[in-house]
Design a protein around this ligand. Structure first.
Ligand code: C2E
Ligand code: CA
Ligand code: CA
Length: 654
């Protein structure tokens, strides 16, 4: 609706309201005036005519009273309709016509008194109309004209001088009344306009206040970057859901803890602007794959939390799958396209807990435990996860002072050649904590995560080389294999440290073998290459550990000039099935790429035999010996060496 039509509608409806609300006093005055006029100047001559006129006027006024009552009792929305103006105007103008009829028809019988009284009454009626009918300018003007003009015209045409003058006076009066009608109609119009302006002003103010309130709400409740709930708003919104659950309005709800994988990298390498864009894109995707019922929150940084109501286990899993799928599409930015995956941890109320704060904690634990475990990108919380996490936290704390408390020691597992002679030992780290032997499979990843492996690894190297120096005095060719974690390898001081240890214990470099896993070759190849060749120049040998379990390509191994490949235990375990072909293939490649093969985890005579048939030159495993404490390893070396010397001399004597 345009402003003009809105305004004219308002003018119409206000006009109608004014006319009807003022109508009853006007009708009453008209009735009194009509009655006084008729019955004051009645005589036999005009008896019937005047009574008839009075009855007509009374009937008309009666109808107008009924009409007013109908309007008063009508429905508010119908009261504004134009038909009311027509009805009112008709009644009003008919009244004016009746007055004019009275003046014109009965004029010939008027006494001088009746004429003046009639004139006074008509003038009063016209005067009253200017204000009472000011709701409609047209109506009040027509009313004046109809009531005053006929009698004024009639009087002007009379020969008597005073009547002529009265007629002129009537004209003038009509003109004055018209002017005054225009004025009061204008006044009323302005009043209505003012009311309209006030009304729109109030409405505008209400709208402005509504917008401002919304803005304040958004600022304090929404995350400005993503438009999702912020942390505090989310926590107050979920209170209502907790309440609904307590009141049995919903049967369950779950919390999704979503964390982006590798977001920090994007922020660090491509900058915070790109990071922000990535977050915005991903939150838009999050909104798209959830309905409005799901409460979505940016918990902080690259973490999001969802609260999902009333879903089955299956539909919850499906939603988690959808979200990870949605997130995994490449994000197109100005010059870059980045792909980010997300890990989701899920906790369920009432299965895991009923408090949202606790459920968030549990979902976080589930997320954390699932991090990096490909291909499954989401996990439901369970008690084991929490126990693991607690144990990890405890062990991590304990690892802080383990070196100082002398809780670490090394054990040594022999590696033998085809003749069964010990050619080297692999130094393996052991940690005894509070009387319990903790598996390296458990504590080494923890030390890698905390970076403590650099310091402990350096201790391992030193300790292993100390033992190697001791062995070297009696067995000049026996080597020592030391496991090196990727984190150590990346450390700036690594090469210097190895050189320092070699020099300190006066060990020939070629007796030290460093075992690295394939994952080391995945990134920063230049740096790795440089470090490997620097140490190789000192004679140090390199072995690729757990070969076949990672992703390294043979070409990388060739470039690196690797000395040994240790075929992972899992292939040896299954050597009687498909493992054999892999071992054979490795033996073939080893010749052309110039590395030597070591088979790990040999446990049975059968395995040893098959490996020997494949001409695998070196083997290691429980079949030959378990990892041995230092003294036992030294004794073992002497005994086996002794045995083989005896065997050799026996065969010589044979
Ligand atoms: P790894 O380097 O593959 O070490 C060989 C693992 O296989 C050792 O487990 C050893 O006890 C086990 N093993 C040897 N022969 C057999 C066998 O015939 N059968 C079976 N089932 N297992 C056998 P351990 O000592 O528990 O070490 C586990 C892993 O911990 C090592 O795997 C290595 O990756 C890591 N690790 C151990 N010590 C160190 C260390 O000083 N530094 C670093 N960075 N990692 C270490
Ligand atoms: Ca190893
Ligand atoms: Ca291994």
């Amino acid at each position: 609706m345009t402003k003009n039509t809105e305004y004219s509608n308002l003018y119409l409806s206000e006009g109608i309201r004014l006319l009807y609300t003022n109508s009853l006093p006007g009708i009453l005055i008209t009735f009194i005036a009509a009655t006084i006029m008729v019955f004051t100047f009645i005589d036999n001559q005009n008896l019937h005519a005047k009574i008839t006129w009075w009855l007509a006027m009374t009937l008309l006024l009666g109808l107008r009273v009924i009409d007013s009552q109908m309007w008063l009792r009508g429905q508010p929305e119908h009261k504004k309709e134009k038909i009311w103006l027509l009805r009112f105007s008709s009644g009003c103008l008919l009244t004016a016509v009746l007055w004019s009829v009275y003046a014109v028809v009965f004029y010939p019988q008027f006494s001088i008194e009746e004429l003046s009284t009639t004139n006074v009454i008509l003038a009063a009626m016209a005067g009253g109309a200017t204000s009472i009918l000011s709701g409609s300018l047209l109506l009040s003007s027509l009313y004046n004209i109809i009531i005053l003009m006929p009698i004024s015209l009639l009087l002007i045409m009379q020969p008597e001088h005073y009547k002529h003058n009265l007629g002129i006076l009537g004209f003038c009066f009509t003109a004055i009344m018209m002017v005054s009608s225009v004025r009061s109609a204008k006044y009323i119009k302005e009043g209505i306009l003012l009311r309209y302006r006030n009304k729109t002003l109030v409405a505008n103010m209400e709208e402005t206040i509504r917008i401002r309130t919304q803005e304040v709400y958004e600022i304090s409740n929404k995350d400005s970057l993503t438009g999702l709930y912020n942390r505090s708003a989310f926590l107050s919104a979920v209170e209502a859901v907790e309440q609904d659950f307590r009141n049995h309005k919903i049967t369950n709800f779950s919390i999704f803890f979503i964390d982006l994988d590798g977001f920090k990298n994007i922020n660090d390498t491509l900058g915070h602007n790109i990071g922000d864009k990535v977050l915005m894109t991903l939150s838009a995707r999050l909104k798209r794959c959830n309905d409005a019922e799901v409460l979505m929150c940016r918990w902080g940084g690259d973490e999001f939390i969802l609260l999902v109501k009333d879903k089955t286990y299956e539909s919850t899993s499906l939603l988690a799958e959808q979200i990870t799928h949605c997130f995994s599409h490449p994000i197109k930015l100005d010059e870059h396209a980045v792909t980010l995956n997300a890990t989701i941890g899920i906790s369920v109320c009432p299965e895991h807990d009923t408090s949202v704060t606790r459920l968030i904690q549990l979902a976080d634990i589930a997320m954390y435990s699932q991090k990096g475990k490909y291909p499954e990108r989401f996990a439901f919380y369970n008690l084991d996860l929490e126990r693991n996490l607690h144990r990890n936290i405890t062990l991590n704390e304990a690892l802080k002072g383990a070196l100082e408390r002398n809780e670490f020691r090394l054990v040594y597992q022999p590696i033998v050649n085809a003749a069964g002679q010990v050619v080297s030992f692999e130094a393996l780290l052991r940690w005894r904590y509070q009387g319990e032997e903790i598996s390296p499979g458990e504590f080494i990843p923890l030390m890698e995560q905390s970076g403590r492996i650099v310091q402990v690894g350096s201790w391992v190297l030193e300790e292993a080389c100390k033992v190697l120096a001791k062995i070297h005095k009696r067995n000049a060719d026996t080597c020592m294999c030391v496991n090196i974690s990727m984190i150590q390898f990346y450390d700036k001081g690594f090469v210097n440290n190895v050189n320092r240890v070699i020099e300190h214990y006066a060990i020939p470099g070629h007796l030290l073998h460093l075992e690295v896993t394939e994952s080391i070759f995945q990134s920063e190849q230049m740096m790795i290459n440089q470090k490997v060749s620097l140490l190789q120049q000192r004679g140090v040998k390199f072995s690729v550990d757990d070969f076949g379990t990672g992703y390294s390509s043979l070409s990388v191994i060739q470039n690196m000039n690797i000395d040994y490949i240790k075929i992972d235990r899992s292939f040896i375990q299954h050597i009687e099935q498909k493992g054999l072909s892999i071992v054979q293939a490795m033996m073939n490649i080893s010749k052309s790429l110039n590395f030597k093969v070591i088979a790990e985890g040999v446990e049975t005579e059968k395995q040893r035999l098959l490996l020997a048939q494949c001409n695998v030159p070196y083997m290691q495993g429980y079949y030959f010996s378990r990892p041995l404490e230092r003294q036992k390893a030294l004794d073992y070396l002497n005994n086996v060496q002794q045995d083989s010397v005896e065997e050799e001399s026996c065969s010589e004597t044979e």
